[in-house]
Design a protein around this ligand. Structure first.
Ligand code: SAH
Ligand code: DHB
Ligand code: MG
Length: 224
């Protein structure tokens, strides 16, 4: 009953603010064709990422976890002409599909996809010593979320927005004795985030067409 209502409201918002075009619906379909799980963000969450990008005037974005490129396409569409996204994907099958979908979206010049485990690629990006990212979206495997966030801070400047998907996991984060490694990973992450001195942060719970979940939003403080 409630799930039905939440889905209807999600669709209502989507129809107003976040309608998908063929590029986006084809990207979602491509996951089924390739037997890849439907773990993309929703279209309303895609629009939310765009709003956050506009809020910080994002020109340089880092994403951890590309899957089929659905969230990458939403974000790349909000970049200015000289903007750029680096997205990291561990699974070559996913990465190849993401590249296809990004090319189909006409966004190849704005997206650099790096195939490899985030814990290997992130130190490489740090050693390249480029300018910091304006927005960072963490959406890969859940156990190392805390470590990803530590790298994200090193790649940030005061004002950088860091957004992390799936930090509520249908409310399973309330279970103190859980054996689920994904839930344990986000429990550890949420606690760290709440105590982190370098950011001002909160969690926005999300209900809708996806399972009950939430996104953490952190803004790096002025005195980083
Ligand atoms: N952001 C995507 C969904 C990502 S799903 C979207 O909304 O469209 C999570 C992705 O993280 C999967 O493709 C998975 O292969 C990838 N992943 C898992 N472990 C990883 C790791 N260690 N490093 C980088 N990517 C990883
Ligand atoms: C899972 C991962 C995601 O990024 C997501 O949005 C939903 C589920 C998962 O690994 O279970
Ligand atoms: Mg996710």
């Amino acid at each position: 009953m409630e799930q039905e209502l939440f889905s209807k409201v999600d669709n209502y918002i989507r129809n107003l603010f976040a309608k998908e075009d063929k590029v986006l619906t084809d990207t979602i379909k491509s996951l089924d064709s390739e037997n890849i799980p439907q773990h993309s963000i929703s279209s309303n969450q895609g629009k939310f990422l765009q709003v956050m990008m506009m809020a910080c005037n994002a020109k340089k974005v880092l994403e951890i976890g590309a899957l089929g490129g659905y969230s990458t396409i939403w974000m790349a569409r909000s970049l200015p002409d000289n903007g750029k996204i680096i997205t990291i994907e561990a699974d070559k099958h996913h990465g190849d599909l993401a590249n296809k979908n990004i090319e189909n979206a006409g966004l190849k010049s704005k997206v650099e996809l790096r195939i490899g485990k985030a814990l290997d690629i992130l130190p490489q990006i740090i050693s390249e010593n480029k300018e910091p990212f304006d927005l960072i979206f963490i959406d890969a495997d859940k156990p190392p979320y805390t470590e990803y966030f530590t790298y994200a801070l090193k790649l940030s400047r005061p004002g950088t927005i860091i957004i992390c998907d799936n930090v509520i996991r249908s409310g399973k984060i309330l279970e103190n004795d859980t054996q689920d490694e994904k839930v344990q990973g986000v429990q550890r992450f949420n606690k760290m985030l709440s105590e982190n001195q370098y950011v001002t942060a909160t969690i926005i719970p999300t209900v809708g067409i996806k399972e009950y979940d939430g996104m953490a939003i952190a803004v790096v403080n002025r005195n980083l």
